[in-house]
Every structure is written in C-alpha cells, then in structure tokens.
Design a protein around this ligand. Structure first.
Ligand code: UT7
Length: 347
C-alpha cells in the first residue's frame, strides 16, 4: 500500500509585481534580476489576504475541479513559514474556511522544504493504514515578511499556494522513498530574526527592520546547489532509479541558476526540469505544489518524477514518485484571475 496524488489545486493572487517596478524603489535593474535569478515577475497578495486565504483558495480549486467530498478528508497538513498568527494554527483557520469538518489540521514549518516534509509525513500516515485521504497544502504570503527596501531579498519572493490530495492506493503508483535532511547550523544564514520567542517584536526590532527576512544569499546559494544535487542523487539510489529513468524534475524554485546547476549535476536534460520561477518567484512552501499544479497536464500515468527542495533551517530533501491516475476532472475551469494589475508593495 502506498500514497498517491489524485488531485491538485493552486492559487496565485492576481496582482503582479514586475522587476521594473522593483527597480524603481531599490538599486537594481530588470536585467540584473533576470540574469542572476531568472525571475521576471511575482504575485503579491493584497493587505486583506492572509496565508490561510491563499491556502483555502488552492484547496477550493482542488475540491471544485476534482469533485472531492470535503467530509472524507481526515487531515490537513499546512506547510507554511508565514502563518496568519503565531498562535492559533493556520491549519485551524483553513479547516474552517474550507469546511473540512472531519479533518484535524496542523501547521508544519520547514520553510522552502515544508511541502516536501509534509508530503513525507502524509505518505507515512497513509502507509500506516490509519488514514485514507489527506490534503497537503503549501502556502506562503512572503510579501508579509519581505523588506522592500532590501535589494538582496525583495527581488526573490512572491505569494501563492498549491494543494494536493493524497490517497491510499494498492497500485504501484505514488510516493517512493524520501530523504529529508536538517542542519541547524544554517539558521542564521536565512531567517526572520525578530518576532518569535527569541527576540519578540519591539521598538528595537522595528527600528532595525529585524522582523523582516534576512539572508546571506551567496552562502545559501552554494549550500542549495550542493545539498539538492547530493540528496537528489541519494534519492535516486535509494529508489534504485537511474537519472535517465526520471521523466520530470520538480525542484524548489529559488533561483534559476540553482535549478540549472542541480539538473546539470544529475545529467538530466533541462527540458525535463520544471520551471515557473520566471512568473512566480520564490513562493517558499508553495513552489513545489504550484509547479505540480502548473504542469500537471504534462505528467502522464506511470512517469517518474523527482522532487527536491532546499530552504531555511537548513532544511532539504528529495523524493521520487510514480505519477498515478488523477481523479476525473469536473469541468475545465478558469483557475487564475484574468485581471492583472501592477502593484507597488511598500511597508
Ligand atoms: O529558498 C530559500 C533558499 N534561498 C536561496 O536559495 C537563495 C540563494 N541565493 C541567491 O539566489 C543569490 O545569492 C542572490 C540572487 C540572492 C544574489 O545573487 P548573487 O549572484 O549570489 O549575488 P551576490 O550576493 O554574490 O552579490 C553580487 C553583487 C554584489 O555587489 P558587489 O559586492 O560585487 O559590488 C551585491 O551587492 O551583486 C550585488 N547585488 C545586487 N545588484 C543589483 C545583490 N543584490 C542585487 C540586486 N541588484 N538586487
């Protein structure tokens, strides 16, 4: 018995923040951002939208499109680094919004690896035989912790959410063996220093802008390439697969140069590597499920996918999965808001 993805949903806000707009507020250029990151634009949620709203919208998209019975969902795992509140759990808010009345909900924060960690937890819950149907959602409103005066970070991040339905299967499809890693020595290289119990919000934290995300970008970059390359290779070995048996790679979307370097280290053709960072930037817990949602029509029954992530913590990992049979879709429905407008986000 294993766990297989049978439905996918996604949501991105309609407002677009372009490189041009960012270059009007900090010392950077459209060309620099595209060349060094591959990002052309990112989506930004409005002030009234919290992470739970993004998550609930992605879940609604999944439930509506694939005829999912809300009452059958037994658990909701919410991967997020930007919860609505420090307390109460965002998962509780999403359960309420999505009317998942028979599910328990829990938040899981492993930053950019959060969705992969939650997927592994969910797969184990199903493989234990105790649960049959779970929803796993990766959602982040990164614009709520990004300093739009800091050119090192504000160019990178965007808002969004992606959700999958994980179900029990007796078939050969579904999640294979996963490797998850944590190295706490990396915490200071990528963190929001203030606002937690170590350094509660204060006049000082507001003054020094330490309630925003700080990153040693070049160091994180090098660690990300090395860690994702190694753990992907290890996941292939663990699942007795060769690189040429992988049909699609779905990597965390932090920087196009990281994605390219990881693909090259594995010897996998770039056409097989899924990329949407150009449109959404780094949406943290949402990058992998948003990629699955974006490219779901390319994945065919029986194909092998490799997922790999790296993020704050440091947290990283990789898994392989054999794509299964998706639930029948109800209707072809427009999922992204067609109304797009440029916004300037300022704190
Ligand atoms: O998802 C979580 C994991 N996060 C990541 O994996 C992010 C990893 N890091 C990165 O993606 C890259 O390190 C960045 C995109 C953040 C930075 O790119 P980089 O090529 O590593 O640049 P750098 O930090 O080594 O800086 C090179 C130069 C510096 O100028 P000097 O000292 O050489 O004069 C920076 O000040 O580029 C400058 N710089 C910029 N210039 C224009 C840094 N940010 C910018 C900018 N626009 N936005």
């Amino acid at each position: 018995m294993s766990a297989v993805i049978t439905a996918i949903g996604g949501f991105v806000p309609s407002s677009i923040l372009t490189n041009k707009k960012i270059s009007e507020t900090v010392d950077t250029s459209e060309e620099w951002i595209i060349k060094r990151t591959g990002i052309k634009e990112r989506r930004i949620a409005d002030d009234d939208t919290a992470t739970s709203d993004l998550a609930a919208a992605a879940i609604e998209n999944l439930i509506e499109n694939y005829n999912v019975d809300r009452g059958e969902i037994e658990a909701l795992l919410v991967a997020t680094a930007t919860p609505d509140h420090i307390l109460a759990p965002t998962a509780s808010i999403v359960c309420e919004k999505s009317r998942l009345t028979n599910a328990f909900g829990i938040d899981m924060n492993a930053a950019c690896s959060g969705f992969l960690y939650a997927l592994e937890m969910g797969a184990n819950m199903i493989e234990s035989g105790r649960y049959k149907k779970l929803i796993i959602v990766g959602a982040d409103k990164m614009s709520s912790i990004v300093d739009y005066e800091d050119r090192n970070t504000c160019i990178l991040f965007g808002d969004g959410a992606g959700a999958v339905l994980l179900e029990k299967t007796e078939s050969d499809y579904g999640l294979m063996k996963t490797i998850l890693k944590t190295d706490g020595s990396g915490v200071s290289s990528l963190a929001v220093p203030a606002g937690g119990s170590r350094n509660p919000t204060s006049m000082q934290s507001l003054l020094h802008r330490t309630h925003y995300l700080k990153q040693d970008g070049a160091f994180v970059f090098k660690r990300a390439v090395a860690a994702m390359s190694q753990v992907s290779q290890d996941a292939l070995t663990k699942n007795e697969l060769e690189a040429d048996q992988i049909d699609w790679v779905v990597p965390h979307q932090a920087n196009l140069r990281i994605i390219t370097a990881v693909g090259e280290s594995l010897g996998i053709d770039f056409e097989k590597v899924k990329v949407n960072i150009d449109r959404y930037g780094n949406t943290t817990s949402a990058t992998v499920p948003l990629c699955l949602w974006d490219f779901k029509d390319d994945f065919k029954e029986g194909q092998n996918l490799l997922i790999t992530t790296f993020g704050a913590g440091f947290s990283w990992g990789a898994t392989c999965l054999k794509w299964g049979v998706m639930r029948e879709k109800k209707t072809v429905q427009k999922t992204k808001d067609s109304k797009v407008e440029e916004v300037l986000v300022a704190h």
